[in-house]
Write a protein that binds this ligand. Structure first.
Ligand code: PRX
Length: 655
């Protein structure tokens, strides 16, 4: 672990209290903190009552096998029933659940009654394909309604889904399918992205030749492009799903039945399959969505811009919002297609009231210019959210002023794939917000900031963010690797959850997140491990050794900078070198996906290593961020650093 992050402690005095008008109508009042503090488990039991349980639970939490938690023991429920059917049964079948907008401008409104029909048909199709409760299904789809339907259909039949971001390459998809031993892959022929059609099926074809467990590939026709077809294995969604009955009886599953696996980067080269289960997860995503976004199901139009390939898409596009009977916008494409005001056009046209997005997007819009949002009517917005990485005060203020017209509370929400749901965030009608701070743990959540010895730090001091009590949506482990779960999260500090993030408490005790303190990078809010990119680089025949660091980037939060040593016979001239650099960047995109493409690759003769052979990434980060190199006295060869620094200056960014 490194404590470099603490050196970026920022100071911010401004504070924005909720307006009286907002506070008066807010879903949650200050009493929630007191109620949860008095009896945390009773508080969560009360939140579980937001759901419809077929069999009530008899005990709230079983922590006897810590850190493997069980929540709402004995309870049985069906997640899809809770997200869809019960709203229809309560008379809201005609309410629009999803307002889909494709990148091309095609639109489709789907009511809860229609969603119920489609999810039932898809569930019947899964059954026809031999999928039974407990089987895993991989989903590799763009952000189109079928993605939501597919996830809900899996939940409905009790088949844990593993959604793989459609930007990942065949190799990354293959390893995820194999780790989960998925029986079925649901994909599309292609997707619309930045005005072009990107094929998806070829990546699946490439992956499934090496995935013996996959029996079928179910393909949504999204773009109409030609695809390769393997008879008997490949099936069109419209052939199999559309002819099914729209009636499907949902079975209730145990509260601890696995709901999904979602792979995320850790500090090693192998992504970990974070496992989430049913009752606790749905309880906390529904509660936090209600409390933090202040959702009013009858009047709000909610838009979370995350892709379903990430945890935010799972918890705050699919499960939390739908459990709360949301009307939400789903947009397939990029923010600059056809023009850079596409998002603001969507907000204006759909009269979006709640917008939840990432700091990297906000900083991009700042760069594109105020005139774009100012050219649209954004007066429908009443609450703004941020997630994925620390939001700098400048971006926070711009979001508040230019997007929120100084009238919308901003909820900066800290959480992780592992936490499943929001953990630290202001309550918009209660908590005064400071630009750049996630403020405090939500009711029912216990967080602290500690020093190296697990001693809580004083106000005004930095340290490590820990979670001290189990929470309902917590991961239940790592798929097929319980020891990695224990070692990775519960060993740094005895018996408490270590999140991997640095944080500080300000003088008032508000929490400021300072970024990761391990070898995980955060690029545009996406988690990528340095080791994963290093493994991809050294898998190229011309690379002898590679070291990767995340360097501060004004737009993407962090950018990937790679230092590589080439094999002796790889290249001999400058021109050759720059073509190798291009080749290596493409190679990483091919192995992992375009999001992992290094911003910069520097060919070096040596890497800074300690005498025991460990690469000193801290020094490389100093170089990549063009700082004076810190203490290099433990290096085996101190001259290495000046050589590298000189090389970097002569090789500016490759973009
Ligand atoms: O470093 C924190 C950062 O994102 C990490 C979790 O990444 P992931 O599992 O991909 O989930 C992202 C969406 C929840 C955290 O360890 N992070 C997330 N939200 C914030 C944040 N850092 C600062 N402020 C946030 N609001």
């Amino acid at each position: 672990m490194s404590t470099d992050a603490f050196s970026t402690l920022s100071h911010e005095d401004r504070e924005f209290a909720p307006s009286a008008e907002f506070a008066a109508q807010a879903n949650v009042t200050a009493g929630a903190y007191d109620a949860a503090a008095q009896d945390r488990l009773a508080f969560w039991a009360e939140q579980a009552a937001r759901l419809s349980w077929q069999t009530p639970f008899t005990e709230v939490l079983d922590w006897s096998d810590a850190p493997f938690a069980k929540w709402f023991i004995g309870g049985k429920l069906n997640v899809a029933y809770n997200c869809v059917d019960r709203h229809v049964e309560s008379g809201f079948g005609d309410q629009v659940a999803i307002r889909f907008e494709g990148e091309l401008g095609d639109r489709r409104d789907i009511t809860y009654a229609q969603l119920q029909d489609e999810v039932s048909q898809a569930a019947n199709a899964l059954t026809e394909l031999g999928i039974v409760a407990g089987d895993r299904v991989a989903i590799y789809l763009p952000l189109i309604p079928e993605a939501v339907v597919a996830m809900l259909a899996c939940a409905r039949v009790g088949a844990p889904h593993s959604v793989v971001f459609a930007g990942f390459a065949a190799a990354a998809l293959e390893s995820r399918i194999n780790d989960a031993e998925a029986k079925l892959v649901i994909t599309a022929d292609g997707q619309h992205r930045r005005g072009a059609i990107l094929p998806l099926k070829p990546a699946v074809d490439g992956a499934v030749v090496n995935t013996p467990t996959v029996a079928n590939v179910l393909v949504v026709k999204r773009t109409g492009i030609d695809v390769e077809w393997v008879e008997g294995r490949d099936l069109w969604w419209h052939d199999v799903v559309d002819r099914q009955s729209t009636t499907h009886a949902p079975e209730a599953f145990d509260s601890e039945h696995p709901l999904f696996i979602l792979y995320t980067s850790g500090t090693t080269g192998t992504p970990k399959g974070i496992l989430h289960t049913t009752g606790g997860y749905l309880t906390q995503v529904a509660y936090t969505h209600h409390a933090v976004f202040d959702l009013k199901p009858d009047t709000d139009v909610y838009w979370c811009t995350a892709d379903i390939g990430w945890i935010t898409g799972h918890s705050y596009v699919v499960y939390g919002p739908l459990a709360n009977r949301v009307t939400q916008v789903i947009y397939e494409g990029t923010p600059d297609t056809p023009t850079q005001d596409r998002w603001w056009d969507i907000v204006e046209r759909h009269r979006v009231t709640i917008l939840y997005t990432a700091p990297t997007a906000i900083r991009t819009f700042m760069k594109w210019g105020d005139h774009l949002p100012q050219g649209k009517d954004l007066s429908s917005l009443r609450l703004l959210g941020s997630v994925g990485e620390p939001i700098n005060p400048e971006a926070w203020m711009w979001y508040r002023e230019v997007i929120g017209g100084n009238r919308c509370p901003i909820v900066d929400t800290w959480w992780q794939t592992e936490t499943g749901a929001i953990m630290i965030a202001p309550l918009p009608g209660v908590t005064a917000c400071k630009p750049g701070s996630a403020m405090r743990a939500l009711p029912g959540i216990s967080a602290d900031v500690v020093d190296d010895h697990a001693v809580p730090v004083n106000h005004g001091t930095g340290g490590y963010l820990i979670l001290t009590e189990p929470w309902p949506a917590m991961l239940r482990g790592i798929w097929r690797d319980p020891q990695r779960y224990v070692d990775g999260y519960w060993k740094h500090f005895e018996d408490v959850y270590f999140a991997g993030d640095g944080a500080k408490l300000d003088d008032d005790g508000a929490i400021w997140l300072l970024g990761r303190v391990d070898d995980v990078m955060n690029v545009s809010g996406h988690r990528i491990s340095t080791t994963e990119v290093e493994s991809a680089l050294v898998s190229h025949p011309k690379v002898a050794e590679a070291a990767v660091v995340g360097a501060t980037d004004a737009t993407t939060g962090q950018g990937i900078v790679a230092f590589v040593i080439l094999r002796m016979d790889a290249v001999d001239d400058h021109e050759g070198r720059s073509s190798v650099v291009r080749e290596l960047r493409d190679h990483v995109a091919h192995e992992i996906g375009p999001i992992a493409k290094p911003r910069q690759i520097l060919v070096v003769a040596e890497l800074p290593k300690t005498r025991s052979g460990k690469i000193m990434r801290r020094l490389l980060r100093d170089v990549a961020e063009q700082r004076d190199v810190g203490d290099a006295t433990t290096l085996a060869d101190p001259a290495v650093m000046s050589l590298i620094a000189a090389g970097l200056a002569a090789n500016p960014s490759e973009d």
